[in-house]
Design a protein around this ligand. Structure first.
Ligand SMILES: N[C@@H](CCC(=O)N[C@@H](CSC=O)C(=O)NCC(=O)O)C(=O)O
Length: 282
């Protein structure tokens, strides 16, 4: 991997890298915040999965997470949301399909399947790469994300027991098989076989018995424009967790919308939650 940028902040370094991803068959860019502690020791990693239209830039610029990561000594791993490049298929007129909308699945349908392998990229290729080249504690990971990325975080944790110590999400797309965004992308990338969709749907995975070792933390704004539009369906996540007795702390945050203003308001609490599970103190 090639480092293309370094910015010092909060005593640590915000780095940006590019590399050729074998899973996605294209050049990928990602950012990593290495806290000050990483200068002298290996540190655990919190993976952050962003939402529709995002690159690795949105979270690192807008969420204000780095100061909390520096406090606790957690690295932030911030990947892109889809494969990129001129040879990668896209639907330029749609912000919610194609580039910027990988939905964290391994596509099976042409022409998407060649590049849209975001599940394999996030859960296999990227961790192996960063754990080989950066001062990270191997295998000590947590995961979080927003909206499409909140869906990604939940599904990565549910599909890979033991891979992540803790999981949290902001306004996740909880039941994508039933949400307009999810329906469109699942049928595009995965075809019409609903059983495959269920492998990438947090509510379906939980109802099928998937486990997470620690309580799931979810924040959802009550003034989120996508909540009333039926894109997020946190009530279905709540019901599935209740049915299967899976611990969930779902906090309805009064008056907050879907934006990074909402994420920035609670990111410190999410990082504190992950730090506590990871056994870190500020
Ligand atoms: N109005 C936006 C719609 C896209 C949008 O809101 N994207 C969110 C994530 S939504 C679910 O995954 C986002 O994070 N945007 C980036 C940001 O920096 O706010 C549009 O048309 O772009």
């Amino acid at each position: 991997m090639k480092q293309i940028e370094q910015i010092k902040e909060w005593g640590g370094y915000l780095n940006r890298y590019t590399h050729y991803a074998n899973t996605c068959q294209c050049e990928m860019t990602f950012s990593v915040y290495l806290p000050p502690q990483a200068a002298t020791q290996r540190v655990p990693a919190l993976y952050w999965l962003s939402g529709l239209t995002c690159t690795d830039d949105n979270f690192r610029v807008k969420a204000g997470a780095q100061r909390y990561a520096a406090d606790y000594g957690i690295a932030l791993i911030i990947p892109d949301t889809s494969p990129r490049g001129d040879s990668v298929p896209d639907i330029p007129e749609r912000y919610d399909q194609g580039k910027g909308a990988g939905f964290y699945v391994n596509a099976t349908q042409a022409p998407w399947a060649e590049n849209y392998q975001m599940d394999a990229y996030i859960t296999r290729e990227l961790p192996a790469l960063v754990e080989e080249h950066l001062p990270l504690l191997p295998g000590i990971r947590s995961i979080s994300g927003h909206s499409m990325g909140g869906h990604g975080a939940l599904v990565c944790a549910l599909r890979n027991p033991g891979m992540y110590r803790s999981v949290s999400a902001f306004a996740p797309i909880c039941n994508p098989s039933l949400s307009p965004w999810g329906l469109a992308c699942f049928s595009l990338y995965l075809g019409e076989e609903r059983a495959l969709w269920e492998q990438y749907d947090a509510v379906c995975l939980i109802k099928a018995g998937a486990q997470i070792p620690t309580e799931i933390l979810v924040d959802q704004g009550t003034a989120d424009e996508f909540l009333d539009a039926g894109q997020l369906l946190p009530e279905n996540l709540k019901a599935a967790c209740k049915l299967m007795e899976l611990p969930l702390r779902l906090r309805m945050q009064e008056g907050y919308d879907h934006s990074y203003h909402f994420i920035g308001s609670f990111i410190g609490e999410h990082i504190a939650y992950h730090a506590q599970v990871l056994g870190l103190r500020r």
